[in-house]
Design a protein around this ligand. Structure first.
Ligand SMILES: *[C@@H]1O[C@H](CO)[C@@H](O)[C@H](O)[C@H]1NC(C)=O
Length: 425
C-alpha cells in the first residue's frame, strides 16, 4: 500500500480508536515514527494498553562536526517516572534514550540560599528599560552588596553520561530549574527537542543551561533556551570537542537583563581548549550580548566555528564577539534589527574570520571548499565589516566533510522561525 494511504488510515484509526492515555503530541510522534520506520499492524495494537511514549525517538541524524554522534543508539526509548529516576538515567553510564514527556521541575527541590549578591551598574540599570541582574559571587570590589535569594538546584547541572539521547516528546519536554553538563571526557550525546528554563534568571551565575567542558561528539538540536542566570551554552576551559548546535531557539526575553533592556546578555560563551562547532539554523532573538562570544587569549586554544543559516533578530547589543585562537566561517546568516552584528574588538583580537561580505568573497570559497559560500544579509542592523582572512578557508579545507550545505539567505528568516526550537521535529 502507498505510504501516504497507510499513514492516513493510521491517522484516522487514531482519531477513531480510544488510545487510552495518549496525548495528541504523542500520537503525532507515533504517526511520524510510522512514516520513518514502518507502521504497526493495527490488528496487533491494543489501544487500551498501548504505551504511546515508547514510540518517540531521536529524529534525524547528526551532521556537521558532530556527525557520527548516535547518543543512546538503539537503546529502547523510555520515559522516567520520577525526578530521581530522570537524574539517575541521565547521569549513569548506561546507554539510554531518555524521553522527556513532561515538565520536570527542579525549582525548590534542593532548597534556596539567602545571602548577599553584588550589585553594579548592570544591576541598578539607571536609564535602562528593564531591571538588571545582581551577581552571585564572593567579592564585590566595584559594586555594593544587596540581599538575594536564589534556588540551589540551578547551580548544579545534571552531569550527562556517555551514550545518551535526551529527547523531548512533542512539545512537552521541559527541564525547569536545572541544566545539563558534559564533562570528564564523556561523549556521544544527543540533546534534542527540550526546553531548558528558569535557572535563577535574576542573577548572574544563577545557572547555565548547557555546559561542555571535556566533552566530545555532542549534538544539541531543536531545543529552546530561556530565562537562564548565565549562559545558554558555555564551553571551557577543557575541550568541547566536535559539536553541532542546530535548529535551537535562544529566547532572550527576560525581566532581568545585564544589558538593562529586557534582553538576556549571556547567550553563548565558547572558549574551550579544542572546539569544532557547526552552528546552523538557529533562531537567536531578543538577546543583548555574546551571541555568541568565542575564543580566548587565556589558553592556547583552537576554536573552529562554522556558522551557517542562522537568524539573529532583535539583538539590542552584539551578536558575534570573537577573540583570538579562532577560525570562523560565517555564511548565509540573516541579521534583522541587530545593533552590532560583529563587535569592533573582533577585528583586532587576532581572530581569523571569513564573513562572506560580497559576491566575490562568496565565489572565492570554491577553490578551497569546492562550493560557493552564501553571503550574509543584514536588515535594520549595524555594520558588517568585511573580513576575508584566507587562513580560514585553508583551515576549513581540511574539514570539508564537516561543512554542511546552505540555503539561500533570503529563505533564512521564514525557514528558521518555522523550524527552530521545540515541537518542530
Ligand atoms: C559508549 O559507547 C562506546 C561505543 O559503543 C563504548 O566504547 C563506550 O564504552 C560506551 N561508554 C559507556 C560509558 O557506556
Amino acid at each position: 500500500m502507498h505510504r501516504l494511504t497507510q499513514l492516513m488510515i493510521f491517522g484516522i484509526a487514531f482519531v477513531a480508536l480510544p488510545f487510552a492515555g495518549c496525548t495528541v503530541s504523542e500520537m503525532w510522534e507515533m504517526v511520524k515514527q510510522g512514516l520513518r520506520e514502518g507502521l504497526p499492524d493495527l490488528n496487533d495494537v491494543d489501544p487500551d494498553n498501548y504505551d504511546c511514549s515508547v514510540k518517540a525517538q531521536v529524529s534525524g541524524t547528526a551532521f556537521g562536526f558532530a556527525a557520527g554522534t548516535t547518543g543512546g543508539g538503539s537503546a529502547a526509548a523510555a520515559a522516567p517516572s520520577s525526578l530521581e529516576e530522570l537524574a539517575e538515567w541521565i547521569t549513569d553510564d548506561t546507554p539510554r534514550t531518555i524521553l522527556i514527556d513532561r515538565t520536570w521541575d527542579f525549582v525548590g527541590t534542593e532548597g534556596t540560599t539567602s545571602g548577599q549578591c553584588c550589585s553594579t551598574r548592570t544591576t541598578t540599570c539607571e536609564g535602562g528599560t528593564s531591571a538588571g541582574q545582581a551577581s552571585i559571587q564572593d567579592t564585590c570590589d566595584d559594586g555594593t552588596w544587596v540581599d538575594c535569594t536564589y534556588d540551589n538546584a540551578a547551580k548544579t547541572p545534571l552531569q550527562v553520561g556517555s551514550n545518551k539521547s535526551i529527547v523531548g516528546v512533542g512539545s512537552d519536554g521541559v527541564l525547569r530549574g536545572k541544566g545539563l553538563r558534559v564533562i570528564d571526557g564523556n561523549s556521544n550525546i544527543i540533546i534534542q527537542n527540550i526546553h531548558i528554563t528558569q535557572l535563577n534568571p535574576e542573577y548572574v551565575w544563577g545557572g547555565d543551561a548547557i555546559t561542555l567542558d571535556g566533552s566530545d561528539q555532542v549534538w544539541i538540536d531543536h531545543n529552546k533556551f530561556s530565562l537562564a542566570g548565565r549562559q545558554f551554552i558555555v564551553s571551557g576551559w577543557g575541550p568541547a570537542g566536535h559539536v553541532t548546535i542546530s535548529h535551537n531557539e535562544f529566547d532572550g526575553v527576560t525581566d532581568w537583563s545585564a544589558g538593562c533592556n529586557g534582553k538576556h546578555y549571556w547567550t553563548m560563551l565558547l572558549i574551550g581548549e579544542e572546539d569544532y562547532y557547526t552552528f546552523s539554523n538557529n533562531y537567536v532573538h531578543d538577546v543583548s550580548g555574546r551571541a555568541p562570544h568565542m575564543g580566548t587569549a587565556n589558553t592556547d586554544s583552537t576554536n573552529f566555528f562554522h556558522g551557517v543559516n542562522n537568524y539573529f533578530q532583535n539583538i539590542g547589543g552584539h551578536a558575534f564577539d570573537i577573540d583570538t585562537n579562532t577560525w570562523v566561517l560565517l555564511e548565509g546568516n540573516y541579521f534583522d534589527s541587530v545593533d552590532t552584528p560583529l563587535t569592533e574588538t573582533s577585528l583586532t583580537s587576532g581572530a581569523l574570520i571569513y564573513n562572506v561580505p560580497t559576491v566575490d568573497s562568496a565565489s572565492a570559497c570554491s577553490a578551497s571548499l569546492g562550493y560557493i559560500c552564501e553571503w550574509n544579509r543584514l536588515a535594520n542592523s549595524g555594520e558588517w565589516p568585511e573580513r576575508t582572512d584566507a587562513d580560514v578557508l585553508s583551515v576549513a579545507s581540511q574539514y570539508t566533510d564537516s561543512l554542511i550545505g546552505h540555503v539561500g539567505v533570503a529563505e533564512v528568516p521564514d525557514d528558521v522561525v518555522a523550524n527552530a526550537g521545540v515541537g518542530k521535529l
